[in-house]
Design a protein. Sequence first.
Length: 226
Amino acid sequence: MRAIAPTLTCAAPWRRVATGDDVVAVAERAALGTTARVAVWPPASLGVACAAVDDVLAALDQQASRFREDSELSWLHAAGGGIFMISDGLAEAVGVALAAARWTGGRTDPTVCDALISLGYDRDFAAIEQQRDEPPPAPAPAPGWHLVRLDGPLLRLPPGVRLDLGATAKGVGSDRAVRAVMSATGQAGGVLVSLGGDIAVAGTPPRAGWPVTVAEAPYHAGPPQP
Protein backbone atom coordinates (compact mmCIF):
# COMPACT_ATOMS: atom_id res chain seq x y z
CA MET A 1 0.00 0.00 0.00
CA ARG A 2 1.18 3.49 -0.79
CA ALA A 3 2.42 5.37 2.26
CA ILE A 4 0.44 8.52 2.96
CA ALA A 5 2.33 11.40 4.47
CA PRO A 6 0.38 13.03 7.32
CA THR A 7 -0.78 16.56 6.75
CA LEU A 8 -0.47 18.86 9.73
CA THR A 9 -3.58 20.92 10.35
CA CYS A 10 -4.31 23.47 13.03
CA ALA A 11 -6.94 22.13 15.39
CA ALA A 12 -9.61 24.44 16.66
CA PRO A 13 -8.69 25.82 20.09
CA TRP A 14 -10.10 24.23 23.20
CA ARG A 15 -12.50 26.38 25.21
CA ARG A 16 -12.78 25.75 28.93
CA VAL A 17 -16.38 25.29 29.98
CA ALA A 18 -17.61 26.64 33.31
CA THR A 19 -19.34 23.91 35.30
CA GLY A 20 -19.57 25.39 38.80
CA ASP A 21 -17.61 22.36 39.96
CA ASP A 22 -14.04 22.75 41.21
CA VAL A 23 -13.49 18.97 41.08
CA VAL A 24 -13.97 18.39 37.35
CA ALA A 25 -12.50 20.50 34.52
CA VAL A 26 -14.25 20.53 31.14
CA ALA A 27 -13.15 21.83 27.73
CA GLU A 28 -14.64 21.59 24.26
CA ARG A 29 -13.79 22.41 20.66
CA ALA A 30 -15.03 21.76 17.15
CA ALA A 31 -13.75 18.48 15.73
CA LEU A 32 -14.73 15.91 13.10
CA GLY A 33 -17.72 17.96 12.01
CA THR A 34 -19.15 18.00 15.53
CA THR A 35 -18.15 19.01 19.06
CA ALA A 36 -15.48 17.27 21.11
CA ARG A 37 -15.78 17.61 24.87
CA VAL A 38 -13.28 16.46 27.50
CA ALA A 39 -13.99 16.25 31.23
CA VAL A 40 -11.21 15.28 33.65
CA TRP A 41 -10.34 15.14 37.26
CA PRO A 42 -8.16 16.23 38.88
CA PRO A 43 -8.61 19.57 37.03
CA ALA A 44 -4.87 20.05 36.63
CA SER A 45 -4.89 17.21 34.06
CA LEU A 46 -7.00 19.17 31.56
CA GLY A 47 -4.14 20.54 29.44
CA VAL A 48 -2.45 17.15 29.12
CA ALA A 49 -5.80 15.52 28.38
CA CYS A 50 -6.69 17.96 25.61
CA ALA A 51 -3.29 17.48 23.96
CA ALA A 52 -3.74 13.71 24.04
CA VAL A 53 -7.21 13.97 22.52
CA ASP A 54 -5.86 16.29 19.81
CA ASP A 55 -3.38 13.61 18.75
CA VAL A 56 -6.08 10.95 18.62
CA LEU A 57 -8.51 13.08 16.60
CA ALA A 58 -5.81 14.14 14.14
CA ALA A 59 -4.87 10.50 13.52
CA LEU A 60 -8.49 9.38 13.15
CA ASP A 61 -9.24 12.20 10.71
CA GLN A 62 -6.16 11.28 8.66
CA GLN A 63 -7.21 7.64 8.58
CA ALA A 64 -10.98 7.61 8.18
CA SER A 65 -12.31 10.94 6.88
CA ARG A 66 -13.99 10.84 3.49
CA PHE A 67 -13.91 14.65 3.34
CA ARG A 68 -10.11 14.93 3.20
CA GLU A 69 -8.47 14.24 -0.12
CA ASP A 70 -5.27 13.23 1.67
CA SER A 71 -6.86 10.75 4.06
CA GLU A 72 -6.16 7.04 3.88
CA LEU A 73 -9.84 6.31 3.20
CA SER A 74 -9.95 8.82 0.33
CA TRP A 75 -6.91 7.17 -1.20
CA LEU A 76 -8.72 3.82 -1.14
CA HIS A 77 -11.73 5.37 -2.83
CA ALA A 78 -9.54 6.97 -5.49
CA ALA A 79 -7.97 3.57 -6.23
CA GLY A 80 -11.38 2.32 -7.38
CA GLY A 81 -11.47 -0.97 -5.54
CA GLY A 82 -9.05 -3.79 -4.94
CA ILE A 83 -7.12 -5.46 -2.14
CA PHE A 84 -5.29 -3.11 0.20
CA MET A 85 -2.97 -3.40 3.17
CA ILE A 86 -4.29 -0.65 5.43
CA SER A 87 -3.07 0.88 8.66
CA ASP A 88 -4.03 -0.62 12.01
CA GLY A 89 -6.01 2.52 12.82
CA LEU A 90 -8.16 2.37 9.70
CA ALA A 91 -8.52 -1.39 10.06
CA GLU A 92 -9.97 -0.87 13.54
CA ALA A 93 -12.41 1.77 12.26
CA VAL A 94 -13.55 -0.40 9.35
CA GLY A 95 -13.79 -3.46 11.59
CA VAL A 96 -16.05 -1.66 14.05
CA ALA A 97 -18.24 -0.40 11.18
CA LEU A 98 -18.62 -3.91 9.77
CA ALA A 99 -19.35 -5.32 13.23
CA ALA A 100 -22.07 -2.71 13.74
CA ALA A 101 -23.57 -3.62 10.36
CA ARG A 102 -23.58 -7.28 11.31
CA TRP A 103 -25.08 -6.64 14.77
CA THR A 104 -27.85 -4.46 13.34
CA GLY A 105 -28.68 -6.68 10.40
CA GLY A 106 -27.50 -4.01 7.97
CA ARG A 107 -29.45 -1.12 9.46
CA THR A 108 -26.06 0.50 9.99
CA ASP A 109 -24.16 0.09 6.74
CA PRO A 110 -20.76 1.68 5.98
CA THR A 111 -21.30 1.30 2.21
CA VAL A 112 -23.83 4.16 2.14
CA CYS A 113 -21.20 6.69 1.03
CA ASP A 114 -22.57 7.24 -2.49
CA ALA A 115 -26.14 7.35 -1.17
CA LEU A 116 -25.17 10.16 1.23
CA ILE A 117 -23.34 12.04 -1.52
CA SER A 118 -26.40 11.80 -3.76
CA LEU A 119 -28.42 13.49 -1.02
CA GLY A 120 -25.94 16.37 -0.75
CA TYR A 121 -23.81 15.11 2.12
CA ASP A 122 -20.66 15.54 0.07
CA ARG A 123 -18.67 17.71 2.48
CA ASP A 124 -18.14 18.18 6.18
CA PHE A 125 -21.50 18.50 7.92
CA ALA A 126 -20.70 22.00 9.18
CA ALA A 127 -20.21 23.17 5.58
CA ILE A 128 -23.51 21.83 4.22
CA GLU A 129 -26.10 24.40 3.27
CA GLN A 130 -28.91 23.92 5.77
CA GLN A 131 -31.70 25.47 3.69
CA ARG A 132 -32.43 23.94 0.30
CA ASP A 133 -35.22 25.05 -2.00
CA GLU A 134 -35.23 22.01 -4.25
CA PRO A 135 -36.21 18.56 -2.96
CA PRO A 136 -33.35 16.08 -2.58
CA PRO A 137 -32.93 13.47 -5.29
CA ALA A 138 -33.71 9.84 -4.70
CA PRO A 139 -30.79 8.26 -2.82
CA ALA A 140 -28.54 5.75 -4.51
CA PRO A 141 -28.87 2.26 -3.03
CA ALA A 142 -26.10 1.03 -0.75
CA PRO A 143 -24.13 -1.85 -2.28
CA GLY A 144 -24.20 -3.70 1.05
CA TRP A 145 -21.70 -4.15 3.86
CA HIS A 146 -21.40 -7.89 3.20
CA LEU A 147 -19.44 -7.10 0.01
CA VAL A 148 -16.56 -5.68 2.08
CA ARG A 149 -14.01 -8.11 3.50
CA LEU A 150 -11.51 -7.33 6.25
CA ASP A 151 -8.89 -9.82 7.40
CA GLY A 152 -6.60 -8.12 9.90
CA PRO A 153 -5.05 -5.22 7.97
CA LEU A 154 -6.08 -6.70 4.59
CA LEU A 155 -9.12 -4.95 3.11
CA ARG A 156 -11.01 -6.15 0.04
CA LEU A 157 -13.09 -3.33 -1.37
CA PRO A 158 -15.06 -4.08 -4.56
CA PRO A 159 -14.97 -1.58 -7.43
CA GLY A 160 -17.68 1.05 -7.04
CA VAL A 161 -18.00 0.61 -3.26
CA ARG A 162 -17.04 3.58 -1.10
CA LEU A 163 -17.24 3.72 2.67
CA ASP A 164 -18.65 6.22 5.11
CA LEU A 165 -17.54 5.42 8.66
CA GLY A 166 -19.33 8.31 10.34
CA ALA A 167 -21.89 6.16 12.15
CA THR A 168 -19.23 4.43 14.25
CA ALA A 169 -15.93 6.31 13.87
CA LYS A 170 -16.74 8.87 16.56
CA GLY A 171 -17.33 6.05 19.02
CA VAL A 172 -13.98 4.58 18.03
CA GLY A 173 -12.40 8.00 18.53
CA SER A 174 -13.92 8.39 22.00
CA ASP A 175 -12.61 4.99 23.06
CA ARG A 176 -9.14 5.79 21.72
CA ALA A 177 -9.15 9.21 23.34
CA VAL A 178 -9.88 8.04 26.88
CA ARG A 179 -7.13 5.44 26.63
CA ALA A 180 -4.70 8.08 25.40
CA VAL A 181 -5.65 10.47 28.20
CA MET A 182 -5.23 7.83 30.89
CA SER A 183 -1.81 6.96 29.49
CA ALA A 184 -0.75 10.61 29.29
CA THR A 185 -1.90 11.42 32.81
CA GLY A 186 -0.30 8.36 34.38
CA GLN A 187 -3.63 6.68 35.19
CA ALA A 188 -4.49 9.39 37.74
CA GLY A 189 -8.13 10.34 38.27
CA GLY A 190 -10.55 9.83 35.42
CA VAL A 191 -11.68 11.15 32.05
CA LEU A 192 -14.81 11.44 29.96
CA VAL A 193 -14.63 12.16 26.23
CA SER A 194 -17.66 12.96 24.08
CA LEU A 195 -17.50 13.24 20.30
CA GLY A 196 -20.85 14.49 19.14
CA GLY A 197 -22.54 12.57 21.95
CA ASP A 198 -20.58 9.33 21.53
CA ILE A 199 -19.21 9.05 25.07
CA ALA A 200 -16.42 6.97 26.59
CA VAL A 201 -15.12 7.07 30.14
CA ALA A 202 -12.05 5.65 31.86
CA GLY A 203 -10.44 5.75 35.27
CA THR A 204 -12.24 6.53 38.50
CA PRO A 205 -15.32 8.78 38.22
CA PRO A 206 -15.52 11.86 40.44
CA ARG A 207 -17.53 11.51 43.63
CA ALA A 208 -20.57 13.32 42.21
CA GLY A 209 -20.37 11.49 38.88
CA TRP A 210 -19.62 12.82 35.42
CA PRO A 211 -21.41 15.98 34.24
CA VAL A 212 -23.53 14.83 31.30
CA THR A 213 -26.03 17.30 29.86
CA VAL A 214 -29.21 15.89 28.34
CA ALA A 215 -31.19 18.31 26.21
CA GLU A 216 -34.66 17.76 24.82
CA ALA A 217 -34.90 18.67 21.16
CA PRO A 218 -38.01 20.63 20.11
CA TYR A 219 -40.70 18.36 18.75
CA HIS A 220 -42.39 19.28 15.48
CA ALA A 221 -45.31 17.14 14.51
CA GLY A 222 -45.23 16.24 10.85
CA PRO A 223 -47.85 14.74 8.55
CA PRO A 224 -48.85 11.16 9.33
CA GLN A 225 -46.68 8.59 7.67
CA PRO A 226 -48.28 5.91 5.51
